[in-house]
Structures are given as C-alpha cells and as structure tokens.
Design a protein around this ligand. Structure first.
Ligand SMILES: Cc1cc2nc3c(=O)[nH]c(=O)nc-3n(C[C@H](O)[C@H](O)[C@H](O)COP(=O)(O)OP(=O)(O)OC[C@H]3O[C@@H](n4cnc5c(N)ncnc54)[C@H](O)[C@@H]3O)c2cc1C
Length: 488
C-alpha cells in the first residue's frame, strides 16, 4: 500500500489498528449534528461498527461552527460531545474530503457496508423574480457563513458602508440572527468568536435601518420566542410594527389557540408595537417588522449600475379556511422600499450528487425513516440497499441541533433493522475494504486527507489567537490558512 500523503504515519497505524476483526464498515458523509449523532448512535448500537466521518472542510461540526450565531456560545458546547465521538477508537474523521469530487457515491458504496449521507443543505432557494442577480443581494446562508468564518465566504465582502438600509426577506430564526448581528452594538460582539473580517466590517457599517419582511402576518411569524426576545431587547433599538398588522381574524385566533409558541411570538410583537417611542431619535438604529408583503422585483440603482437600490413589494392577504394553512396571496398593490443591501432568508436547499435519488421539488433525498428510496412510484417503494440519509438532507432545512438527534436515532434504528434482517452487510458480496480502501483511493487521487488531529491543531491555534484579543477563538477563515495550520 502506498503511504498516505499527510505523513501522519502513527495516526494511520492507530486508525488501522483499531479495526475490529470483522467490522461493519460505516461511512458518514458530513460532520454536522446529523453526522455526529449518527456516528455516536452507530458506535453505541454496534460494537463491531467502525465509523468513518468525512467532511469537505478541514473543520468539523457543520452549522454548529458556521451557522449558530457568534453571540450564542452556549449552543456550541455540543461540540465537546461530538469531539468525544471523533476520538472514539472505532471512529475516524477525515476532513478535506468532498463527496462528489474527492470521492463519488459509487466509490463509497463499494468501499463500505453502510453509507449515511448527512451533508446538510448548502445551497439556497431562489425567489425567481427580476433583479435577483443584482449586486448587494445575498443569501442569508452566505452572509452567515461570512460572519462565522466559513472559508467559502471569506471574501464575500458585503458592502455595508454605502447604504443605511438593509432588507431581510424572511422572518424565521435565521433572519432574526442576521438582523441581530447587523444591529447589535459591535462592543457586544468583540468578545464572541465572530470572524475578525466581519467584525471589522460591522464596526464600519453604515446600516441603521433593518426591515424584516414577511409574506404573512405576526400570527404566522416563523421564529421562536428566544430569538425574538433577543432582537427586541437590543440596546437603544427603535422597533417599528404597524398596529394595523396586529389585527387578528377569527382564523388567526384559532391558529393561536393551537400553538403556544405562535401565541408567545404574537404577544411579544404586540407588546413591542406599543412600548417605546413612536419615532426613532436621531441616529438611533431601527428595526422594522413588515408583514403582509412579498417581493415582486428588485430595482437597480441609477447611480451605481448593477447594484440594488430597492425592492418592489406586493401587499398580500391571507387566504385559506384551515388554521395553520393560510396562504399569502398578492393583491396587485405595490409599494417601494429603498435599500442598498438585501439578505434573502427564504430557505436553504440541499445539493444532489451523482447517483443519488433526489426530490428536486422538496430538495431532499426520498427516504423512509432514513432508508434511501430509488423509486417512490413502486409499491412497496424500491430501497437503495446500504444507503441512508440523516439531518437536513433527509428532512429539509428545519429544526434545531437536537432535532438531528431524533433524526439520527430513526436512521440508526433503520440500519439496525436492516442488519438484523440480513439486508446489510450484503451476504452475497466480499468483505468491504472500508477505511483502508478509502485512504488508498484518496491517496491515489492526491487528496490531502486531514485527520481529527489536524482539526485539533486548527482549534488550538484559533484559541491561541483568540486569547490575544479576549475572544474564545479567532477563526481561521481562509482555505490557505486552514490548510497551512492543519498540515504544519
Ligand atoms: C444560520 C443558522 C443558525 C442556526 N442556529 C441554531 C441555534 O442557535 N440552535 C440550534 O439548535 N440550531 C440552530 N440551527 C440549526 C442547526 O444548525 C441545524 O439543525 C443542523 O446544523 C443541521 O445539521 P446537519 O448535520 O443536517 O447539517 P450541517 O450542520 O449543515 O452539516 C453538514 C456537513 O456536511 C458537510 N458537507 C457538505 N457537503 C459535503 C460534501 N459534498 N462532502 C462532504 N461533506 C460535505 C459540511 O461541510 C457540514 O460539515 C441554525 C441553523 C442555521 C442555518
């Protein structure tokens, strides 16, 4: 066997020496919550399982590192639990390995008895309206990756200096995170793990007004109370909510009766609409909740060719007879909202890879309890033996970190059932090469595999740098920096 090229001979020996005599070879793609919970449950349920987690980044933990807001450090504590999983003798983490380019799905299925896809949702839903490609319009995903130091958005450089107004399309928790980061005094962000390039840009930001635009009303706002309370509680912030928008229909009342979170959200919004001054003081930052409006088109600036200067919004009304299922319908009444930055927080979308059944409508992999389906039209549907899915790729981009724990339990239960039934490992095939085969293949393709110890180097360097400026860590956000520290 040719030696793998990162030179960590001892690490490789350890990795290979921990193989049980007749292991169940499991590969988990993606090291976010879904991937780590799956690995943890598999290791626990199957003593003969050897689990390899691959991730396209040198850094593990998915959106816990690159999604969760910098001012929510308590939410990130779960990485300690994930690190313990990665350090389990029967588990390995291989960073800088991308499904779809470093290795194909067909490769993985040949190498492993069980493949669990947990690679999340790394693209965006689009509105499909005119002007969507103008400069100054970003997806919330890109913006969040930028302030969280994801290497793919290190150089996004959103222009926060040329305008005092940002519009966020969407009113879910991600939208509220983005609003909070834009409006919170930077003195409150300096001691977080926010990326230094983002902190510098926010310090110089001219954004004073943020509009959060939703198609439906305050009864249907898709956020939770914690996030709402936080944004409403920002120091010296003027909150604006139209009183008229708070008027409830009998159907709204019904909806609130059935949902405690919606009820609390509505109460917070109603309270915020009446407390505080009716007009902002000069220089005060403003947060406007704009309900019952949907974007119709983006308008280009006359002065700055190619840049957005505003949005045409169409007023909506709610239609529908069932509580919880009211839809926003356009009224053909339009109004203009001027702005220089737009952040679309309308939903993440998963990306299919070659050979993977994919429901393009829903943006997920068709599955039953985590078992991937190749043909949903047949009864019973046809299953892809040994192929499973978990997390946002399985359910769509909703739910908190803990939701992925239940999701992983379901997927692992399906795998365990299939093992018990003799569906996997396939009795007809030879033992699979697993980890050894993967490393050999990646070496042949000159893929620079980064083990967990490489992440530990990045981690300690980030902590060291953070220590110098009183931050929990200073994230290394450029690919070159990450690779350099990881391979030193
Ligand atoms: C902005 C934002 C803020 C959030 N804040 C909170 C919060 O405060 N609290 C909370 O509980 N939940 C929060 N969530 C939700 C939580 O982050 C998700 O529920 C969870 O991360 C989804 O887990 P996942 O493993 O499916 O996907 P991800 O966390 O996205 O993990 C996917 C992993 O797959 C890797 N990957 C992608 N493509 C490939 C490929 N082709 N090959 C190899 N690897 C690949 C990625 O690098 C990533 O590591 C937030 C989500 C967002 C978007």
């Amino acid at each position: 066997m040719k030696m793998v090229n990162f030179g960590a001979r001892s690490w490789l020996c350890r990795a290979l020496s921990t193989i049980p005599s007749n292991p169940l070879r499991v590969c988990v793609v993606g090291s976010g919550p879904a991937g780590f919970y799956t690995a943890e449950k598999m290791l626990k349920a199957h003593q003969q399982a050897q689990v390899d987690i691959i991730d396209r980044l040198p850094t593990p933990f998915g959106l816990v590192r690159s999604g969760v807001a910098p001012d929510h450090p308590e939410t990130k504590i779960v990485v300690n639990q994930f690190s313990r999983v990665a350090l389990n003798d029967r588990c390995s983490f291989f960073g800088n390995v991308t499904l779809g380019s470093s290795v194909s799905l067909a490769d993985l299925r040949q190498l492993y008895d069980v493949v669990v896809l947990a690679y999340g949702a790394e693209s965006d839903r689009v509105l499909g309206i005119p002007g969507e490609d103008l400069n100054g319009i970003y997806s919330a995903r890109e913006f969040v990756w930028w302030y969280n130091g994801h290497p793919d958005c290190r150089f996004l450089n959103p222009d926060l200096k040329s305008t005092d107004t940002a519009v966020i399309l969407g009113q879910g928790n991600v939208a509220l995170d983005v609003a909070r980061v834009l409006l919170r005094p930077t003195t409150e962000l300096v001691t977080t793990d926010i990326a230094s390039h983002a902190l510098a840009a926010l310090k110089e930001s001219a954004i004073r007004k943020v509009y959060l635009v939703g198609r439906r009303g305050p009864v249907q706002a898709a956020c939770t109370t914690k996030e709402l309370r936080e944004v409403l509680g920002i120091k010296d912030l003027h909150i604006h909510i139209q009183q008229d928008d708070l008027v409830k229909t009998p159907l709204d009342e019904e909806e609130l009766k059935n949902n405690r979170i919606q009820r609390r959200v509505y109460e917070f919004l109603s309270k915020a609409a009446t407390s505080g001054a009716s007009h902002p003081c000069s220089g005060q930052r403003e947060l406007h909740f704009v309900f019952f409006r949907k974007p119709n088109r983006f308008l280009e600036s006359d002065e700055r060719s190619g840049y957005v200067s505003g949005i045409s919004l169409e007023k909506t009304v709610l239609k529908g007879v069932e509580p919880g299922k009211q839809m926003a319908v356009g009224t053909q009444q339009f109004e203009y909202l001027g702005c220089g930055v737009v952040l679309k927080s309308i939903g993440y979308k998963s990306i299919p890879v070659d050979g993977l059944p994919f429901d393009h409508q829903k943006g997920v992999v068709p599955n039953i309890n985590g078992r991937v389906l190749s043909d949903t039209s047949k009864d019973p549907p046809v299953l892809e033996k040994g192929l499973y899915v978990c997390g946002w790729l399985k359910r769509g981009p909703t739910g908190i970190i803990a939701t992925n724990l239940y999701c992983a339990e379901e997927t692992v239960a399906a795998i365990s059932d299939d093992i018990e039934q003799g569906v996997v490992p396939s009795s007809s095939s030879l033992p699979k090469p697993g980890r050894e085969g993967l490393l050999q293949l990646l070496d042949n393709r000159n893929v620079r595999v980064l083990p967990f110890s490489a992440w530990e180097k990045i981690d300690s360097e980030e902590r060291r740098l953070g220590n110098l400026t009183n931050k929990p860590r200073e994230k290394l956000a450029a690919w070159e920096e990450l690779m350099k520290v990881a391979t030193e």
